[in-house]
Ligand binder design. Structure first.
Ligand code: AMP
Length: 280
């Protein structure tokens, strides 16, 4: 990768890190990177460091051939698909530790997950040395961690967060949607509606966080069969617990179906307007 990139000295490099099994969400990041840079680099790496012992590392969907075709068609110049041995040739004895936000949202149910994400991204940033890097706000907590990683470890990289691409019925596109049965797929459409309900409540001027969380939980319980992991309304991007809304917030939910864990969120201003792009 370093050798390939050496040919393009002085070119601006846009970098899109992914775990593959590409869909429109990933491709929207590539398109934006294509518009803004001379060279577009994508990585596809299912990173064992960010999966817990009972998570889906082994069965995470993979289709390298299809991914390579889609990446090329969408304008990726260099596709980096390292093996686990390439990324971790020796026993990992040094990692980036994320020390804030680990007790909220996915941090709580996925201990060590964001350390694994931050560590592999630090490695990719050193390898690719991008000018700009592109992330989806679908994974809003991840975006906030990447922002801290870039600013606190002094990576000279501009961070771009882009809107969640959804199916027509609101389901966020995700490689993990293949784990849903047809019935669950249908059931999951109410999850997007639960976020819309939260948005409406904020728009109506309700400031009490517990009140909004409770109504969203109730909506999910009565309209879906999903098992709730969390429904949380926090400040964003700091991810602090709050009692009342007076600045930008995130309303985020995670639920379990039989084989899939899905996450959804929206970022809102105090008057309920949605933020879907962030450039840092
Ligand atoms: P993943 O392959 O799931 O690790 O995702 C790679 C990148 O694509 C991350 O920055 C994700 O936030 C982003 N992404 C995944 N799904 C979507 C989506 N539905 N809309 C926008 N971005 C997405």
């Amino acid at each position: 990768m370093k050798k390939e990139l050496a040919q393009y000295r002085n070119a601006s490099v846009g970098f899109v890190p992914t775990m593959g099994y590409l869909h429109e969400g990933h491709l929207s990041l590539v398109r934006r990177a294509r518009e803004e840079n001379d060279i577009v680099v994508m990585s596809i790496f299912v990173n064992p460091l960010q999966f817990g012992p009972n998570e889906d590392f082994e069965r995470y969907p993979r289709d390298e051939e299809r991914d390579a075709k889609l990446a090329k068609e969408t304008g990726v110049d260099l596709l980096f698909v390292p093996t686990v041995d390439t990324m971790y040739p020796e026993e990992v004895n040094i990692q980036v530790k994320v020390s804030k936000g680990t007790d909220v949202l996915c941090g709580r149910s996925r201990p060590g997950h964001f350390d694994g994400v931050a560590t592999v991204l630090a490695k990719f940033f050193h390898i690719v040395e991008p000018t700009k890097t592109y992330f989806g706000l679908k994974d809003a907590q991840q975006f906030s961690v990447v922002h801290s990683l870039i600013s606190q470890l002094n990576f000279p990289i501009q961070l771009v967060g882009l809107p969640t691409v959804r199916e027509e019925d609101g389901l966020a596109k995700s490689s993990r949607n293949v784990y849903l049965s047809l019935e669950e797929r249908e059931d999951a459409t109410a999850l997007y509606k639960s976020l819309q309900l939260g948005k409406q409540l904020v728009e109506q001027g309700i400031k009490n966080v517990a009140n909004i969380e409770e109504k969203v939980v109730k909506f999910i319980h009565s309209n879906t069969k999903a098992k709730i992991d969390y429904v949380e309304l926090l400040s964003y991007p700091a991810l602090n617990k709050i009692e009342t809304i007076d600045d930008q917030i995130i309303l985020a939910i995670a639920v379990h179906y039989e084989k899939a864990r899905l996450i959804y969120n929206i970022i809102l201003s105090p008057d309920g307007k949605q933020t879907d792009t962030i450039i840092k």
